[in-house]
Design a protein around this ligand. Structure first.
Ligand SMILES: N[C@@H](CCC[C@H](N)C(=O)O)C(=O)O
Length: 332
């Protein structure tokens, strides 16, 4: 038998699969099939998820583990901020460490344990980097620009000022005032178009719309590439915090905590500019909701279901929901 975990950061839910515990690691096509099977919201395991976080042996000197991020549709993302917090907690417990580095697609990133957010809510801080603004890093094309910082881009949408940042997964950010711009219809139409056949973001892009709530306070909603609407996107909230500090210096500070509310709860970000480079610290919950025992062959066959898995609830979700319930109510 082998173990999967169902986890979340701000209710952005994933399954963690530690390939180092398997007799035979899954091949990439097997990982894609397993992810599509277990994350499906209707027919998947435990209500599905936004992706699978694959833990492997480290690939760079000085790192403790590698994290790969497979989106629900089977595409691979270069980073996942909410997911990295949960992988950090998993590796911290597995290896008895509080502070270490995790390899991601483009960089080894620092992670460290934080004081619990509240009773029963473990928390981790993770580094979000490298940060790039250039067209090739996103990538985008056919927009006649090399970077987009707080600009009207009529090809994408009327009336919206947008910023694009790769952290290193690609994010499009807009600060909106009107509630209708945060709606399923408005954001969903843009998100589906820019993540389908379109002439601008040919690899897709994560769409983050934010409302400024006050000094160092944001609400962020995200339509994710490879997923759709999500309760929260860690890299999205981090990129949005950087865009906030860059484009609204009267309200968003560097080197100060920014509270970022999201449909799944709240995180804290700190935006840094050091040695001519930007990086963001993302701090929030790392919650384990279920332990799932399953035969390794079911993973290889992409057939992990309630009737062939032994599922145990951890009880942590109750503490998390209480924390959310006690958060200040956000007026949109
Ligand atoms: N939700 C994640 C980001 C996941 C990756 C995204 N879907 C992509 O393809 O870039 C996060 O918490 O950062």
């Amino acid at each position: 038998m082998t173990e999967l975990l169902k986890v979340h950061g701000s209710q952005n839910a994933f399954f963690i699969l530690d390939q180092t515990t398997l007799d035979q690691p899954l091949t990439d096509p097997e990982l894609v099939k397993l992810t599509q099977q277990i994350t499906d919201n209707e027919h998947g395991l435990l209500g599905g998820a936004d992706g699978v976080l694959v833990v492997n042996k480290p690939v760079r000197p000085g790192a403790q583990a590698q994290m790969r991020v497979i989106n629900a549709d089977g595409s691979e993302a270069s980073m996942c901020g909410n997911g990295l917090r949960t992988v950090a907690r998993y590796v911290a417990a597995r290896d008895g460490l509080d502070s270490f580095k995790v390899d991601t697609m483009n960089a080894s990133l620092r992670v460290r344990r934080q004081p619990d957010l509240a009773s029963g809510i473990p928390a981790f801080a993770v580094e979000i980097s490298p940060v790039k603004f250039n067209r090739q890093a996103l990538p985008f094309e056919n927009l006649g620009r090399e970077r987009i910082i707080d600009e009207f881009v009529p090809e994408l949408a009327p009336r919206l000022r947008v910023t694009t940042i790769a952290v290193p997964n690609p994010h499009l950010i807009s600060f909106v005032n009107d509630k209708s711009e945060l709606s399923d219809e408005f954001m969903g139409n843009l998100g589906k178009w820019l993540n389908g056949d379109n002439p601008y973001f040919t690899d897709g892009v994560n769409i983050n719309f934010a409302k400024i709530l006050g000094r160092n306070q944001l609400f962020v909603r995200t339509f994710e590439r490879g997923v759709g609407f999500t309760n929260a996107c860690g890299t999205g909230m981090s990129a949005t915090s950087l865009a906030f500090a860059l484009t609204h210096p009267d309200q968003g500070d560097f080197d100060q905590p920014i509270d970022v509310f999201n449909p799944g709860g709240k995180v804290r970000t700190i935006v840094h500019h050091q040695d001519h480079a930007y990086w963001i610290e993302l701090i929030g919950n790392a919650t384990f909701t279920y332990q799932i025992e399953v035969d390794e062959s079911a993973l290889h066959q992409a057939k992990v279901m309630a009737d062939n898995a032994d599922v145990t609830a951890t009880g942590e979700q109750e503490a998390y929901l209480k924390f959310v319930d006690e958060l200040p109510k956000v007026e949109l």
